[in-house]
Design a protein around this ligand. Sequence first.
Ligand code: NAD
Ligand code: UDP
Length: 324
Amino acid sequence: MAKQSWYTLAMQRVLVTGGAGFVGSHLCEKLINGGYKVVCLDNFITGSQKNIENLIGNENFEFIDNDVVKLSDEVKKGAFSHIFHLASPASPIDYQNYSEETLLANSMGTLNILELAKKDSSKVLIASTSEVYGDPLEHPQKETYWGNVNSFGPRSCYDESKRFAEASTYVFIHKYGIDARIVRIFNTYGPKMQKDDGRVISNFITAAIAGDQINIDGDGSQTRSFCYVSDLIEGIMKAMFSDSTKGEVFNLGNPDEHSIAELADKIIRLTNSESEIKFSGTFRKDDPMRRKPDIGKAENVLNWKPKVNLDEGLQKTIKFYKSS
Ligand code: NAD
Ligand code: UDP
């Protein structure tokens, strides 16, 4: 991406849905630092005011308390140049607690955002997920893989509504010609993840710092590939602002794959913790056993790849958790 284009586009009005969440709050900050006027929409179902407190009062930042499922007239009249649609619970514990809200945010919420983008000819980026690949039979996962997904289980409120969001985006691109792209985000971590959101890195770091038992589901052999948040944000920016991304789908994640047992050992070492590890022996229902993105397309088209390795990213995250 030509860096210049960010600056050429600066001072345009950008909407970030889910902007008070973990990823959204980092994105709002990055956009403001790039000179954009940012409108952050959130209903705080899983996000927090604390995530955006450093932005409140900035003349280029505006917060709107709104549900993406029922957009206010103020938002509908916003005439945004760009829309980043991130509003949805993301942690499995959260989306299972808020299963109906998750279904609606990704279905009705996405349709509302696509309508808005159509009306104002805004460029739009839809946040999808590696969960569209389910418990994948292809490894690593390429964008062309269709997935192995259970439509009737505890994860389906999230997986299937994200797949609906992708299908809706396809329809709006092909029926109405809107300028949309999709990013499939793989496990991302870093400062501002809620300590109690139930995701593996937040759980392990919180337990390790407190010296509490670390609970591993199953035998810990299941894998994930963890991306540090600043790398993800860079990828999201490039997917929105680079040329030739209209109508495209990109995997964004770090292909460095680790088992959950390895992750626990690493976090214990980096925190100098005396926590003990307990294996439950049972995997969660429909838990993906392996997950690793093929990021060849993002490397070629966006000239993007992650820079922060797992030890470095975990150290930064541990520092944040200790100080907050
Ligand atoms: P998060 O839960 O921290 O943030 C989501 C934000 O969306 C929260 O602030 C929440 O309050 C808001 N929200 C949810 N429903 C809403 C609604 N109906 N109206 C308005 N606001 C609403 O999660 P996150 O990790 O920041 O995830 C952001 C996006 O990225 C999500 O779409 C998620 O599916 C996607 N994603 C994230 C990851 C990851 O590892 N972090 C992986 C895959 C996909
Ligand atoms: N996990 C675990 N202990 C925990 C939290 C998660 O063993 O305290 C496992 C979980 O069963 C899954 C993996 O870690 O296999 C990643 O879980 P997470 O909830 O972070 O997200 P997912 O990638 O499943 O969406």
